[in-house]
Design a protein around this ligand. Sequence first.
Ligand code: C2E
Ligand code: CA
Ligand code: CA
Ligand code: CA
Length: 278
Amino acid sequence: VKKNGKNGYRFYSSDLNNKLQDRIELEAHLRKALAANEFFLHYQPQVRAANNELIGVEALVRWQHPSRGVISPGVFIPIAEETGIIYELGTWVLREACRQMKEWHMAGGPRIPISVNLSSQQFHQANLGAHIHSILEETGLEPQYLELEITESMMMDPAVSNSILSELSEYGIRLSLDDFGTGYSSLSYLKLLPVQKLKIDRSFIRDITENPNDKAIVATIVSMAKHLNMDVIAEGIETKEQLDILMDNDCQKIQGYYYSKPLPAKELEALFFASREK
Ligand code: C2E
Ligand code: CA
Ligand code: CA
Ligand code: CA
């Protein structure tokens, strides 16, 4: 700490202190961001490769910071988790995603589900099942049109219990295992969990055209999903070459830049609901 004539004590501008300072500022601001309406959602299409049909969208949160521009969730979700802000933020995301999908349904858009990412922290919330159910009632979205994405690594958290997942599932809400293949847990839990879908992680797709191991892993996940009677989707598809390999391996459901980046609601409507009467 260095004495500064005008402003009192200040940190030396070492890298670590800069990062700390940055983090402290973000955290302080994050607390006010919800009330200031600075969060918004983008929607990334999920497509059936055979006919380019839109089969779902994933809601992805962004933060419009007043001075720093748009901040990505990779930066602020971890801070929101550590500070407990994730409860309110997660509720906002769920409500906004359900509201938007209901609005699209009402406007004659395709009857597709919306996928929402959950943080393991949200499972520490009391009555998560009843809470999500009340959001569905409030927004009017039928439960089968909400898909919750949980990650394999979240299974390590005892709060993410089979009973809460079963409760969600009994409401008719769908569950999907995100980033599948990147966790270290045993596969035996797959047959125990009320999860209907596996989402193949982007890390297996990135080099799939050159890396036979990645290709083998993807083929194995797809075939395992089939045998377990689960749905499967691949994320992070960016090129035609990657798409062709996925299709050759019987993975029909695709999410990735090849089709579209995550889009603002209006842009998604313009691109994908074009045939709808205005
Ligand atoms: P995720 O759930 O695995 O989401 C996919 C991420 O990959 C998104 O990044 C998306 O923009 C990006 N992506 C999609 N297609 C491609 C592609 O073809 N190539 C590449 N390179 N990237 C692609 P994003 O939006 O920055 O989100 C990052 C992570 O932040 C998400 O990873 C998710 O874990 C978390 N996240 C986002 N929104 C929420 C939210 O509302 N709640 C919670 N708890 N987490 C969220
Ligand atoms: Ca996800
Ligand atoms: Ca993912
Ligand atoms: Ca991820």
